[in-house]
Design a protein. Structure first.
Lengths: 282, 311
């Protein structure tokens, strides 16, 4: 069960990252920082403003999307067409800067995010689960479903898919590529922030929490194949469960090694991801 | 560089401890030297073959741990331990190179990051070998016959020799047939392959030498600070190396050294001015500025300036 809770949020992280990579060809090393931002935004909404949990997640999404859009507009747009290494370095810079800005604003001490749920576990037949975790899982599933709807059912989503397949042709058909890039980055960052807001109350919020999250996001994306949405969703769930099993059966110290090992093994043997039907970019 | 400038630079480097009396400044220069070795090592991969490795902290750490463990647990003298550290990291560079250099771009980067992550987790969790997060204190300082190289001045000369050695190794390699093969791979891999450059062979070679040099840097670090903990695997070290190479000028021999000197001294100067968080924040912003305004690095920019004046 815990695997599913983790997996749902990993999937959110992975979807955001995979979209950004697939569409913009940018390896977003700052992805984990948007996750951290989400957790702190949720903390501010819940503890500072006294809003509800749903409001906190929404607040986190808005914060993440705004900052993500801004990052794309200011830093990445002038570099469109530059090599992937250049944008990668820029994102590393953003990552360091954001992490230390968070450290300055919030301090290095881990914060526990208050949540309005009872701590008594809910017993459903053979499984017991904390209500908070159940809620997190439900919200994550809702957000994943919403992303699918956005991408497959709206005009914006169609423009995004068109850009993904062939940016030049899409541009000829009247899609404003620059705007799509900004929206995509904002969308991906919003999802990462949502993941942070969801997992923040389960664990603790601290400035370097994003490092591991980014790593998880990368393993999810690689598991599913870069730029592959259903792959990222399944990959997230798989990673969550694999980690729980790894922590349970091997050693909890090596829990985070699962992600690394997955990256190495998958890249060496199936570089296009487990669920890829055709070769993708890269 | 003109001949006079070279001689002047060499004289400056050789006599530095005599006019730089402040031990703190000397410490900064020693660290700059260690980072110089590391940047030269990374530059071989990033600058000459065009492969960005974000796992270099792993080689640095493996070098540091090998040296520390051999001298502490097996009571080896420092010099063979240092050699063993270089050999072991070169070997791990060979393994990683064989495996990962089938991949390119973002995929290669991710494998190198993961490798560093796994090694780092092992260093934290394998208590029996590494003493976990507590680290290994009391790593001995090297000795030359009866003289211990414990003082900062002595260690400065050791590091200087290591930098010179690494520089010569890189220079020999880069200015040879092998170096031209590296450049050909960087510029156009399919073309290079079509004229008979064995891609994997040369890339793995670059990875082996690069890893070995990083191991040397790690070993120097271990015997200088006399303490090794899992912190040597921190991603910050990798990022620092990347910044130094990119800022100094990747694909030049002097660039990494200039970058190492600048980016060891700069944070120290910033530290005097502000707190640690601001220092790292400034680091991130500086990296951004560099990519936008000096995308090719300081050394090539200076050369370009001089070239324009001459013409």
């Amino acid at each position: 069960m815990n695997g599913l809770v983790l997996g749902g949020t990993y999937a959110l992280l992975g979807i955001g990252l995979t979209l950004i990579f697939g569409l913009m060809n940018v390896v977003n090393f700052a992805h984990g920082e948007f996750y951290t931002l989400g957790a702190y935004a949720a903390f501010a909404t819940l503890a500072g403003l006294g809003g509800g949990f749903v409001a906190a997640v929404l607040g986190a999404i808005v914060c993440g999307a705004l900052l993500g859009g801004l990052t794309e507009r200011v830093l990445l747009r002038p570099l469109r067409g530059e090599s992937i290494d250049t944008t990668m370095l820029v994102m590393i810079g953003v990552w360091i800067a954001m992490q230390n800005a968070e450290l300055l604003v919030w301090g290095g001490v881990a914060k526990s995010i208050p949540h309005p749920f009872p701590t008594e576990p809910l017993v459903l037949g053979p499984v017991a689960i904390a209500p908070l975790r159940l809620f997190v899982m439900a919200l994550a599933a809702g957000l994943i479903a919403a992303s699918y709807l956005l991408i497959h059912r709206t005009k914006l989503g169609r423009a995004m898919r068109a850009t993904f397949q062939d940016a030049e042709t899409a541009a000829l058909m009247g899609v404003k590529i620059a705007r799509i890039h900004t929206v995509t980055f904002a969308f991906g960052s919003g999802l990462a922030a949502a993941a942070g807001a969801l997992l923040g109350p389960v664990f603790l919020a601290y400035p370097s929490m994003g490092d591991l999250a980014a790593l998880k996001a990368f393993s999810v994306v690689i598991l599913g194949g870069l730029g592959n949405l259903p792959g990222a969703t399944l990959g997230g769930l798989l990673l969550g469960i694999a980690e729980e099993l790894g922590a349970g059966y091997v050693s909890s110290g090596y829990r985070d090694a699962v992600g690394f090992v997955i990256i190495i093994v998958v890249l060496l043997f199936r570089p296009s991801g487990l669920f890829a039907r055709q070769e993708r970019i890269g | 560089m003109t001949r006079a400038a070279r001689v002047l630079g060499a004289l400056l480097a050789l006599t530095l401890p005599f006019w730089l009396q402040n031990p703190y400044y000397l410490h900064v220069v020693i660290m700059a030297g260690i980072f110089g070795v590391l940047s030269l090592s990374l530059n071989l991969l990033l600058g000459y073959t065009g492969q960005l490795s974000l796992g270099h902290a792993a080689f640095f750490g493996i070098g540091a741990y090998t040296s520390a463990l051999l001298t502490l647990s097996l009571a080896w003298p420092v010099w063979p331990a240092m050699l063993a550290a270089v050999a072991l990291t070169a070997l791990s560079g060979w393994i990683i190179g064989r495996l990962a250099l089938k991949l390119r771009g973002a995929y290669f980067v991710l494998v190198t990051i993961s490798f560093a992550g796994v090694v780092s987790l092992v260093s934290v969790n394998w208590m029996e070998l590494t003493n976990g997060p507590l680290g290994l204190p009391g790593v001995p300082a090297p000795a030359l016959g009866p003289w211990s190289l414990r003082t900062k001045t002595a260690y400065y000369y050791l590091v200087l020799a290591a930098v010179a050695l690494s520089y010569l190794v890189c220079a020999r390699l880069v200015n040879s047939r092998i170096g031209r093969a590296f450049l050909a791979l960087r510029e156009n891999e399919p073309l290079a392959e079509s004229v008979g450059v064995d891609v994997t062979h040369y890339l793995v070679l670059a990875a082996v030498v690069s890893a070995g040099l990083a191991g040397l840097g790690g070993s120097l670090y271990a015997h200088y600070t006399r303490f090794v903990s899992p912190e040597v695997f921190l991603f910050t070290y990798t990022v620092t190396m990347v910044i130094m190479v990119v800022a100094g000028g990747k694909g030049t021999l002097a660039g990494p050294l200039v970058g190492a000197l600048l980016f060891t001294a700069l944070p120290e100067a910033l530290r005097l001015a502000t707190s640690w968080q601001w220092q790292m924040l400034a680091y991130g912003v500086l990296l951004l500025l560099l990519v936008y305004f000096l995308p090719r690095g300081i050394v090539p920019a200076l050369r370009g300036l001089r070239g324009r004046r001459a013409s």
